[in-house]
Design a protein around this ligand. Structure first.
Ligand SMILES: [Zn+2]
Length: 701
């Protein structure tokens, strides 16, 4: 998963039954209550204990309510400074303590999960207590209504408009009775989403493992994959056997290479069955409740359905625009996927296999077809993608584009011993921020990859408070003597998440509400554009070096990689679009009470072929049920139009590091919250984006 950082509101404001009586005595041994004496004032992870969170969150809630009371008690006429700015700056302690949820995604345990069940409803209630605070809204509205007479600059004007919209969208204009109903729904939804995430964690990391006892069943697997499976078995006290899990670094190579077809089927069915096993971690009922509640909530707020509510503030504006856009790509992608299917079936027939291709065969035969067509397989390129070398490549690109430098620092506290901390500096040594990297799977880590932050940028007394950003992945681990060798997908994922990190690191503005906040369908532009550099021959020659010999990737291999760039793009696009369309259907169509049946109906409607399963099925669609992408999974391909077009500008100029475009793109990253996405984009590009580069890249013309 590639995840956005939570919205300002989501991150900054949290929740409770309000009681603004006198401040209780604070336990000053709780690090959240003091200044951080760490390099760049990063959170002192080594001092923060589980028992520190709740008191800090409670105090943070109180403190923010006191700050808000000071705004509403102000006898002066509502102004930008005494209302908007004061509100924008409120909630500092709560922001500090809210690293709880950031940590929980990357490094949880049973105690944290239990604590999350206490914290979540408090946060939800606190958010409502702010958004539904009548006195506060009256002042926000007063400023909003006279905003054009206040001599505000463009950014301040946007701050006013965005905050007014936030209140409106969170029910400030509803009647008391409706607001009471809304509070109940918000509370219920927050807990359902939490439960969905917990179930996913259990279903991915605990409830399934495939134990292989017979060495012959490993036939076809590369030796590093076998070593990793043996190490997993040893960890699970089954030395001498091999264990494969539903975590991608374990599952995908098995699907790609294992000759034993029944075992590929078993593993794949384990994966696509997650959340749908009628056990304690089943997600079907939760999904039913969530989509019903979301629909009711959207209607209460004056929209036809949840998707209409959700995308109203996005570049796409309406579900119809999104569906039309997705369907425009669907037909040609499906055609291509059918051609790919035929190639694979031909391969099966040629080998004398007397069976029809199934979904669990796709990776295995795709690999074979790639070998036959391009004389290329993943095992050939992996030795050139040692994790550390790929990181060097990403840093090289960042420094060529933006002149930044990465300095590895052992003195910066980290939240887990495997995490690596960098200081990011300008070319002249000026501090930009701190960048954590956390690469490998652990039982307490959500699956997927994401970028998040432990502190966003802000200004305090004219001084910039610098960001602390974190990239969390689930990449292949080193195994035996072999270092972590990444798959090509992992390579691009690393560049992608780093792109999100640069968005956060470069953001620079006086107001939290506009400093890095962008529409959800803009947010994958900063990340996805970085993927283009990862595969450029000029860049590969810098970082893709053999892990044993140090030899630079041979030109012949680069040529094969370039030639095979469109390989399997039918499949990739179809499995993605199927999930994006499923998300839109779930959030626009009336729910018939049966999750599986409605998913099937959606897929039949678009003619999805049996050999492809949507990239996420409903019961493990974390993006939309616990990850902030509800009615928003489409954003990746929406933004892909932008990133393909933006990178095309570099490419067409004849210099993929064109300094003029690089400077403009950095400005886009620095200022992208200050205006609508299309305006910001056109400032960079000088024109509207074209869909042609995307179609060309994917061979979908
Ligand atoms: Zn992303």
């Amino acid at each position: 998963m590639k995840k956005i950082v939570l919205s300002v509101i989501g991150l900054a404001l949290f929740a409770t039954a309000c009681n603004t009586s006198k401040e209780p005595k604070r336990d000053m041994s709780n690090p959240f209550f003091g200044e951080y004496n760490t390099p760049f004032q990063v959170p002192p992870f080594n001092e923060i204990k589980l028992e520190h969170f709740m008191p800090a969150i409670d105090a943070g809630i109180e403190e923010q309510l006191t700050e808000i009371k000071a705004i509403t008690d102000n006898k002066e006429e509502p102004s930008f400074d005494n209302t908007m700015l004061a509100f924008d700056q409120s909630g500092e302690l709560l922001r500090k303590a809210s690293i709880f949820s950031t940590l929980k995604s990357a490094n949880t345990n049973d105690e944290m999960q239990a604590l999350a069940r206490e914290i979540t409803p408090k946060m939800s209630a606190h958010r409502d207590n702010i958004m539904l605070n009548k006195e506060l809204f009256a002042r926000v509205k007063a400023v909003y209504e006279k905003r054009n007479e206040l001599n505000l600059n463009a950014e301040q004007l946007r701050v006013v408009e965005k905050y007014y919209q936030d209140f409106e969208r969170n029910g400030a204009n509803l009647s008391d009775e409706q607001q009471a109903e809304l509070r109940k729904m918000n509370d219920e939804l927050s807990m359902l989403s939490l439960q969905f995430g917990e179930n996913m964690l259990a279903e991915t990391n605990k409830n399934f493992k495939m134990v292989v006892e017979n060495e012959a069943d490993l036939k076809g697997l590369p030796s590093d994959v076998i070593t990793a499976a043996a190490e997993q078995a040893k960890k699970d006290s089954m030395e001498g056997k091999w264990i494969f899990t539903l975590q991608k670094p374990s599952m995908l190579p098995f699907l790609q290479y294992a000759e034993k077809r029944e075992l590929r089927e078993k593993l794949y069915k384990g994966y696509i069955g997650r959340g749908n096993n009628n056990n304690a971690n089943d997600n079907k009922e939760i999904i039913g409740k969530m989509i019903t509640l979301r629909d009711k909530r959207a209607k209460l707020l004056g929209f036809n359905n949840f998707a209409a509510y959700s995308v109203d503030i996005n570049m796409a504006e309406t579900p119809e625009n999104i569906n039309n856009f997705l369907m425009k790509l669907w037909t040609s992608a499906l055609e291509r996927a059918k051609v790919e299917r035929a190639d694979m079936q031909a391969m099966i027939n040629k080998e004398g296999g007397n069976f029809k291709l199934e979904s669990w065969d796709w990776w295995y035969y795709a690999e074979k077809v790639r070998k036959a067509k391009y004389d290329l397989d993943e095992a050939q390129i992996k030795p050139y993608f040692k994790l550390e070398n790929v990181v060097d490549g990403m840093i090289y690109v960042a420094s060529k584009l933006y002149g930044v430098q990465f300095i590895k620092r052992d003195d910066i506290p980290v939240y887990h011993e495997e995490v690596i901390a960098y200081e990011v500096q300008e070319a002249d040594g000026k501090h930009i921020g701190v960048f954590y990297m956390d690469y490998h799977p652990r039982p307490g880590k959500n699956n997927g990859a994401w970028c998040t932050n432990y502190r966003g940028q802000s200004y305090e007394n004219g001084q910039r408070i610098t960001p602390v950003v974190s990239v969390v992945c689930n990449f292949t681990r080193p195994a035996g003597d072999v270092p972590a060798l990444l798959s090509y997908e992992e390579v691009t994922t690393l560049f992608h998440e780093a792109g999100h990190a640069f968005h956060t690191l470069f953001a620079d503005g006086p107001y939290r509400r506009t400093s890095r906040e962008v529409a959800r369908d803009f947010v994958e532009l900063p990340s996805q554009i970085m993927e283009h550099w990862a595969s450029e021959p000029e860049v590969l020659r810098v970082y893709a070096k053999h892990y044993q010999t140090g030899e630079v990737i041979p030109e012949a291999l680069i040529t094969k990689l370039t030639k095979s760039a469109q390989f399997n793009q039918g499949f990739e696009t179809v499995e993605y679009l199927a999930a994006a369309l499923l998300d839109m259907d779930l959030h626009t169509q009336p729910f018939n009470g049966d999750v599986e049946a409605s998913e099937k109906a959606s897929m039949n409607k678009i003619g999805l072929i049996d050999e492809i399963v949507p990239r996420y099925r409903s019961t493990y669609f974390s993006h939309i049920f616990s990850g902030g992408y509800s009615a928003g999974y489409y954003v990746y391909i929406w933004a892909a139009v932008l990133d393909a077009d933006a990178f095309d500008a570099f490419k067409q100029s004849g210099n993929i590091f064109n300094p003029e475009y690089a400077a403009k793109f950095r400005t886009l990253l620095t200022k992208c919250g200050t205006d609508d996405g299309m305006v910001i984009y056109k400032n960079f590009r000088g024109q509207e984006p074209s869909i042609e580069p995307l179609l060309k890249n994917r061979g979908l013309k």
